[in-house]
Design a protein around this ligand. Structure first.
Ligand SMILES: NC(=O)C1=CN([C@@H]2O[C@H](COP(=O)(O)OP(=O)(O)OC[C@H]3O[C@@H](n4cnc5c(N)ncnc54)[C@H](OP(=O)(O)O)[C@@H]3O)[C@@H](O)[C@H]2O)C=CC1
Ligand SMILES: O=C(O)[C@@H]1CCC=N1
Length: 271
């Protein structure tokens, strides 16, 4: 039996990532009447969306008798400032899901002493189109039913990897949390290279974008490994082999360094 999605959800921080998750949840048909958004300066788009869908925007905490799930999606640096307002939305049965990079369950407990059930999750931006990838770790106070509900909520916007060791969330952040930005930059680089190779800029951009889209979709649909898919593009002594002879040496160490830098930064954001 699949676990039910929460009937009542408060999203604190309706910015880029909170907004992406919200978009995903609305797409799968979550009831907007059960969703409340808290953001001191919501974007015009967020105000319009709240109005159109009938979601409460900055309601009085006392007006919400039930808050099954509270998703905390402010910037990590805003945790201290936001904590008093966050606490006002926590009920005895509330499950808090934090997506704050770097902030540990213990950092959260120190600021939110009334939160007894907490999950630290790291989603990513494609959640808005149900293709997110989330890593999650549950704190000790989380019941089996709450964990199942969180799993259903996060799985409704993509894949979920549960980790027994919360310490691994910083590595998740560096790989899949930040990962879409690495891929988007690859599109930028491929487009720039296409332009340098003589293509008109707009055509280079469209080809680069469609190439990453197509490669991503093929990865999604194919049972083959990335290495086999790469080999399937690479004709013996052909053009791809020539291109990869330049890329494959330096790319892996560069990506290892990239992920290490992002993971290091997550550690710096803790506390
Ligand atoms: N962007 C991403 O791809 C991912 C982000 N994350 C995590 O998500 C969180 C948000 O990141 P992101 O969406 O990029 O950042 P944003 O700045 O876009 O979103 C944060 C939102 O919170 C609002 N805010 C500020 N103070 C408060 C407050 N006291 N109460 C409620 N809302 C407040 C901000 O308003 P204002 O702009 O006016 O300050 C903003 O709208 C971070 O902790 C980040 O680590 C996790 C995974 C991926
Ligand atoms: O850049 C950041 O800190 C956040 C966390 C992962 C993606 N964006």
């Amino acid at each position: 039996m699949t676990s039910p999605l929460p009937q009542t959800l408060v999203l604190i921080g309706a910015g880029k990532m909170g907004g992406a998750m919200l978009e995903g949840w609305l797409r799968i048909g979550m009831n907007p009447a059960g969703i409340s958004l808290i953001d001191p300066k919501p974007s015009d788009e967020m105000v319009a969306l709240a109005t159109e869908k009938g979601m409460a925007l900055n309601p009085d905490p006392a007006s919400l008798t039930s808050v099954e799930v509270l998703v905390l999606a402010t910037k990590p640096q805003m945790l201290d400032t936001a904590a008093p307002a966050v606490q006002a939305f926590i009920r005895p049965q509330t499950l808090l899901i934090s997506i704050l990079a770097g902030k540990t369950l213990s950092d959260l407990s120190a600021r939110l002493p009334n939160a007894t059930a907490m999950i630290r999750a790291m989603p990513n931006l494609p959640a808005s189109v149900q293709r997110g990838a989330t890593g999650a770790a549950a704190g000790q106070g989380v019941t089996g039913a709450q964990r199942a509900m969180a799993d259903a909520l996060l799985r409704s916007i993509g894949t979920v990897e549960w980790l027994d060791d919360e310490g691994l969330i910083d590595a998740v952040t560096a790989v899949s949390g930040s990962g879409p930005a690495y891929v988007f930059h690859l599109v930028e680089c491929l487009a720039a290279a296409g332009k340098q190779a003589g293509l008109p800029a707009d055509i280079a951009e469209r080809l680069a974008r469609a190439t990453i889209e197509g490669a991503g979709e093929l990865l999604h649909q194919s049972p083959l490994s990335p290495a086999t898919l790469r080999q399937n593009v690479t004709s013996p002594a052909g053009t791809t082999a020539a291109g990869l002879s330049v890329l494959m040496g330096p790319l892996e160490p560069l990506i290892v360094e990239t992920v290490a830098a992002a993971k290091r930064r997550a550690g710096e954001l803790s506390g």
